[in-house]
Design a protein around this ligand. Structure first.
Ligand code: ACM
Ligand code: ZN
Length: 738
C-alpha cells in the first residue's frame, strides 16, 4: 500500500443529513442510493489521500481532479482512503462519509473518478461546513453514455475538445464520439494520403473566406491520452460510403465518376460517394482505417453509413459489375456488402463496428452495432436480430436542434429502452448528437448545455428514480457549478407561452413570457408587420393579447446578465388560432410542429426549419381544416411553406384554399405552382427561405381549409434523386377585418 499524504484544499462546507436531496447535495446524475447516518464530516479544506499501490500512478491526477475547483485553504487534513474492491462492477463506487474520514471503494479507476466527482460536486454547491455522513452506492444504468461532436461542419480547436472531455467526465459521461470526416471537411491526418488534409480539410465559403483545419497525429494522440486519463473513450467516426465529398475532392478516383469536385460549403446530402465497385476504393479505406486504428485504442470504430444516395452506383458500370459478381439484388445490398467488407476488416484487426441505422438496409453486417437516429426502430430491429444498439433518436438526442424542438424536459423524458423490448440488455446506452452545420465552436456549448446534464442522468440513474421536478431543483443548483466551469449554456425551454381564451376577441392571441429557466427576467415587445414601434411591451409572467401578424422580440437576462441575442418569434393573432383542426396528413415524428394544433396555434415559422413551429410530412401531401368558433367575414387566407431543396424540402406542387359556411359546399380552387417563381423552384438551387401563398376570400366562412400537394420524389438532378421529398408548413392564417 502506497502511503502518500497530500493536502487537498477544499472550501468549508456545511449541510445536514437526509436523503440526497434533503441533504441538498444536488447531485446529477442522482446516485443509485444514499443511506444517511448520524453526524457530519467537518471539512477543513485539506485532505490526505491514500490509494492502493496499483493505482499509485493515478494519484496526482485524482488529487488534481478533486481540487480543481478550489482555492488553497488551511487546516488539518481529512483522511480520504481509496480501496480497491474487486467485487464492485466496472464503473461502480461506494462513497462513505464518516465524521473524521471519507472512504471510496471501486474496482476500476473509472469508479474512483466517479466517486471523486461526486465528492467534488458536493463540495461545490454546499453552503459551507459539513458533509452529511452516510453511504452512497452508485453505478451506471448504461455502459455507453456519449456525446457526438461534429468537428467537420465546423472545425473545433484541440483545447475545446479537451474541455468538452472534462465536462463529459464531470457529468459521468464516458464516450466522445468524434465525427472526423464529412462532405465539408476531412479532419484527421493520414500519412498515406496527404491530400485528405492538404485539400480535403479546407473549403471556400460562399463569401470567399476559407474555413477548415485538421488534427495532426500528435494532437489526436494527446487528446486520446487526455480522454483516457479521464475515463472517456474516444470513438472515431470515419464516414462511408456517403458524406465523403471532402475525400473525393482530395482524390477524385475514389468516386464513381472520377470527376474533380470541390469540398462543398453548403449543407445537405450529396450524391457523389465512394465507388463500391473499385477495389482501389476499398484499399484506400482499409489504409485509412489502419492509421485510424493506430491512433485510437477504442474497441469500436464508427463507420457512418447514413444518408448515402444510390444514384451514382445505379449509373456506375463498376458498381453494377460488383452487384452482378457478388450476386446482389440492388444498391442497398451493395451498401450492405461494402460495409460488410469494412466490418470484416475491423474485426480481423480486433475492433467492432458501429454504423447509423441505415446499415440495416440490405442486410445488417455481422457483428455490427447500430446507432439508431431515425427514431427508435433501427435500434429495436438490431436488437431483435441479436445485435447491440445505441440510441440517439432525433426526437430527444439532437442537440443541434433548437430548444423549441427539444427542450430540457423532453430530453429528461428520454427512455433509450423501447417498451416491451426483449433483449433490452443489448441497448448499450445513448448519445447526444451535436452536429455543427449551424454551430461554430463558440455556439456549441449553448446548444449542448443544459441538455447534456439531463441526458447524463437519463443514462446513468435508475429509471424508477426519474422525477422531473426533483431534477429541476437539482439543475437550478447545478448552474452555479456550470458557471464556475465557465460553461456558456443556453435555455432550458422556449420562453414563450401561447394560449387563447374563449369569450375574448376571437382574433386575438394570448401571449405570455414564461421564464425559460430559474432566475430569468426580461421583456417581450410585439411589433406588428409594417410598424416600426412595438404595440405591446410586457414582462415575465404577464399576459398580452395580440391581433394580426408581427414579431415578438424577447430579451432576457439572468442574474442581471443578458442571455445573448434577442429571440424573435413570428406570431399571428387570428380567428383560426386554437380552433378545432382536422389534418389530412400524418405528422412526421421528427418535425411535429407543435402537434395536432400546430397549423392553427398562432405561431408562424422562422427561417430555421427546425425551430419547432414548422410541421412536416415526407412523401405525402398535407392538408388542414379549421372549424371557426362561428361565421366570420374572411378577407383572405394565407399559408407559408419552407424551401430548402438541399435538405429535400420542396415547395408544394399546387395548393388549394377553400372556405365554407355549412361544411358541405366549398369555394376555392387549386392553384398550380402558386409560389413566387413557380416552376423554377423545382430546378437546382441552394435557396433556403420561407415562401408565402395567399388567396383573397371576401366572404363569410365557418370552415376554412388548405391543401398542399407533394411534388413527388426528389428530381433526377437532385443529390437524393428518387428519395421522397418533404413539405414544411407553418400556419393557416385567417385574416379578418379588425
Ligand atoms: C445523421 O444524423 N445523419 C446520423
Ligand atoms: Zn461506382
Amino acid at each position: 500500500m502506497l502511503n502518500r499524504f497530500l493536502l487537498l484544499p477544499l472550501v468549508v462546507l456545511m449541510f445536514g443529513c437526509g436523503t440526497p436531496n434533503e441533504a441538498k447535495m444536488d447531485l446529477i446524475p442522482l446516485p443509485q442510493s444514499f443511506l444517511p447516518e448520524a453526524g457530519s464530516c467537518a471539512l477543513t479544506g485539506t485532505w490526505d489521500m491514500v490509494v492502493p499501490d496499483v493505482w499509485a500512478d493515478r494519484m496526482d491526477f485524482w488529487v488534481a481532479w478533486l481540487e480543481a475547483d478550489e482555492d488553497a485553504a488551511e487546516g488539518a487534513a481529512v483522511h480520504l482512503q481509496v480501496i480497491l474492491d474487486g467485487e464492485l462492477a466496472e464503473e461502480a463506487y461506494v462513497l462513505d462519509v464518516a465524521p473524521k474520514e471519507v472512504e471510496i471503494k471501486a474496482s476500476t479507476p473509472a469508479g474512483v473518478q466517479h466517486a471523486l466527482t461526486t465528492l467534488r460536486w458536493m463540495a461545490m454547491t454546499a453552503e459551507g461546513g459539513k458533509l452529511p455522513c452516510g453511504r452512497i452506492e452508485d453505478a451506471p444504468r448504461f455502459e455507453h453514455r456519449g456525446l457526438l461532436l461534429d468537428c467537420c461542419r465546423h472545425f473545433m480547436e484541440p483545447d475545446f475538445i479537451k474541455r468538452t472531455i472534462d465536462l463529459l467526465a464531470l457529468h459521468k459521461m464516458n464516450v466522445l464520439h468524434w465525427h472526423l470526416t464529412e462532405d465539408q471537411g476531412w479532419r484527421v491526418e493520414i500519412d498515406a494520403y496527404p491530400e485528405l488534409t492538404a485539400k480535403g480539410a479546407w473549403r471556400t465559403e460562399a463569401d470567399g473566406s476559407v474555413h477548415g483545419g485538421f488534427y495532426t497525429k500528435d494532437q489526436i494522440r494527446d487528446i486520446v491520452a487526455y480522454a483516457t486519463e479521464r475515463n472517456v473513450r474516444v470513438i472515431p467516426e470515419i464516414e462511408l460510403p456517403g458524406h465523403s465529398r471532402a475525400a473525393l475532392a482530395a482524390y477524385p478516383w475514389l468516386g464513381c465518376t472520377g470527376d474533380a469536385l470541390e469540398v462543398p460549403h453548403d449543407w445537405g446530402v450529396f450524391k457523389d460517394i465512394y465507388c463500391a465497385g473499385q477495389d482501389t476504393t476499398l484499399a484506400f479505406l482499409k489504409t485509412v482505417l489502419d492509421e485510424v486504428m493506430q491512433l485510437f485504442p477504442s474497441e469500436y470504430i464508427h463507420i457512418g453509413g447514413d444518408e448515402a444516395p444510390k444514384v451514382r452506383w445505379e449509373q456506375c458500370p463498376k458498381c453494377q459489375r460488383r452487384i452482378t459478381e457478388e450476386g446482389l439484388h440492388d444498391e442497398h445490398e451493395l451498401q450492405s456488402w461494402f460495409i460488410g467488407q469494412i466490418g470484416r476488416y475491423l474485426e480481423e484487426n480486433g475492433r467492432k463496428m458501429i454504423g447509423w441505422d441505415e446499415i440495416l438496409e440490405g442486410g445488417l453486417p455481422a457483428g455490427a452495432t447500430v446507432q439508431s437516429w431515425r427514431g427508435m426502430d433501427g435500434g429495436r430491429d438490431a436488437v431483435a436480430m441479436g445485435h447491440d444498439a445505441i440510441m440517439s433518436p432525433t426526437s430527444h438526442c439532437y442537440f443541434d436542434y433548437p430548444v423549441e424542438s427539444t427542450d430540457l424536459e423532453e430530453v429528461y423524458g428520454f427512455e433509450s429502452v423501447p417498451d416491451g423490448l426483449e433483449g433490452a440488455g443489448r441497448i448499450l446506452g445513448g448519445e447526444c448528437n451535436m452536429w455543427s452545420e449551424r454551430a461554430p465552436q463558440h455556439l456549441v456549448e449553448s446548444k449542448v448545455y443544459p441538455r447534456l446534464v439531463a441526458m447524463a442522468e437519463v443514462l446513468w440513474s435508475p429509471a424508477a428514480q426519474r422525477d422531473w421536478s426533483d431534477f429541476k431543483t437539482r439543475m437550478d443548483a447545478h448552474y452555479s457549478r456550470l458557471d464556475a466551469w465557465g460553461v456558456t449554456y443556453g435555455w432550458e425551454t422556449v420562453p414563450l407561452g401561447l394560449d387563447w381564451e374563449r369569450g375574448t376577441d376571437a382574433a386575438t392571441l394570448q401571449v405570455s413570457l414564461v421564464p425559460a429557466m430559474s432566475g430569468v427576467d426580461g421583456t417581450a415587445s410585439f411589433v406588428p408587420h409594417g410598424a416600426s414601434e412595438p404595440t405591446a411591451v410586457f414582462g415575465v409572467g404577464e399576459v398580452e393579447r395580440i391581433r394580426g401578424e408581427g414579431t415578438l422580440v424577447v430579451e432576457l437576462t439572468r442574474k442581471g446578465v443578458s442571455m445573448g441575442n434577442p429571440l424573435v418569434f413570428p406570431l399571428a393573432g387570428h380567428v383560426g388560432a386554437f380552433e378545432p383542426v382536422e389534418l389530412d396528413h400524418a405528422i412526421n415524428a421528427y418535425y411535429p410542429g407543435r402537434g395536432e394544433q400546430g397549423l392553427a396555434d398562432g405561431r408562424l415559422g422562422s427561417q430555421d426549419f427546425r425551430d419547432g413551429s414548422w410541421q412536416a410530412a415526407q412523401g405525402q401531401s398535407m392538408g388542414v381544416t379549421i372549424s371557426l368558433d362561428g361565421t366570420h367575414h374572411v378577407d383572405s387566407l394565407s399559408m407559408q411553406a419552407y424551401r430548402y431543396q438541399d435538405a429535400w424540402i420542396f415547395l408544394p406542387d399546387s395548393v388549394r384554399f377553400q372556405w365554407s359556411v355549412d361544411g358541405e359546399h366549398w369555394e376555392g380552387d387549386w392553384a398550380e405552382q402558386p409560389f413566387a417563381g413557380g416552376r423554377p423552384t423545382f430546378e437546382p438551387n441552394d435557396l433556403q427561405d420561407v415562401q408565402r401563398v395567399s388567396v383573397a376570400v371576401g366572404a363569410e366562412a365557418k370552415w376554412v381549409r388548405f391543401e398542399a400537394r407533394n411534388p413527388g420524389p426528389c428530381p433526377d438532378w437532385h443529390d437524393a434523386a428518387s428519395s421522397s421529398s418533404w413539405l414544411f408548413l407553418d400556419e393557416l392564417v385567417v385574416h379578418t377585418a379588425p
